[in-house]
Ligand binder design. Structure first.
Ligand code: ZN
Length: 189
């Protein structure tokens, strides 16, 4: 009997460890899921539910791992994004109701997306952006960015408007990517 309980405890330990370490907290929608096309609504109440959403999204992004995640990708259609482009993974940015107020220059960067696993391609974006947003406490803030952070901001803000990065690519590439992802889904199903 003692052996049985010991084994049971060990099995439970393995299960909880697996859940904690190998599964993202929130399920991430996969392209071409039609819910990725929804336009997110503005947040007007900065309450605990928004703070909880932001922290769950951050945990999901770090677990995945990824450098950015929009609420749209976890099927919550509110204008919230989380970003961390630092190598040390300790520079979390949470942006609520982000708005592009300035953009200039251009850069071409290879992008990927947690909603489009295994696909990377070059997208042209503005080199420099200024984004106005609110933090989770409802305080208005501004961020100025270039390089990778600028790309990431534009990529995540696109999600809030129902756009996935592959939609910046040619029609032919989009068809190929959809076919490839459908095949992947069949293999993992
Ligand atoms: Zn994305």
């Amino acid at each position: 009997m003692r052996v049985f309980f010991k084994m049971l405890r060990w099995i439970l330990h393995v299960i909880t460890y697996s859940i904690k370490h190998f599964m993202p907290l929130l399920p991430i929608l996969r392209y071409p899921d039609p819910r990725l096309k929804k336009v997110a609504g503005r947040v007007d109440r900065f309450d605990d539910s928004i703070r909880r959403l932001a922290s769950d999204m951050a945990e999901t992004m770090y677990e995945a791992p990824g450098i950015g995640l929009a609420a749209t990708q976890v099927d919550v259609h509110k204008r919230v994004i989380v970003i961390d482009v630092s190598e040390t993974r300790d520079q979390l940015l949470v942006l609520v109701n982000p708005e592009l107020v300035e953009s200039d220059g251009q850069q071409v960067c290879e992008e990927g997306c947690l909603s489009v696993p295994g696909i990377y391609d070059k997208v042209e974006r503005a080199e420099h952006v200024v984004v106005r947003y609110f933090d989770v406490e409802g305080q208005e803030r501004t961020i100025e960015a270039d390089g990778l952070l600028a790309v990431c901001l534009q990529h995540e803000m696109d999600h809030l408007d129902g756009r996935v990065f592959v939609e910046h690519l040619s029609q032919l590439k989009q068809v190929r990517i959809k076919a490839k992802l459908a095949k992947q889904a069949r293999i993992t199903a």
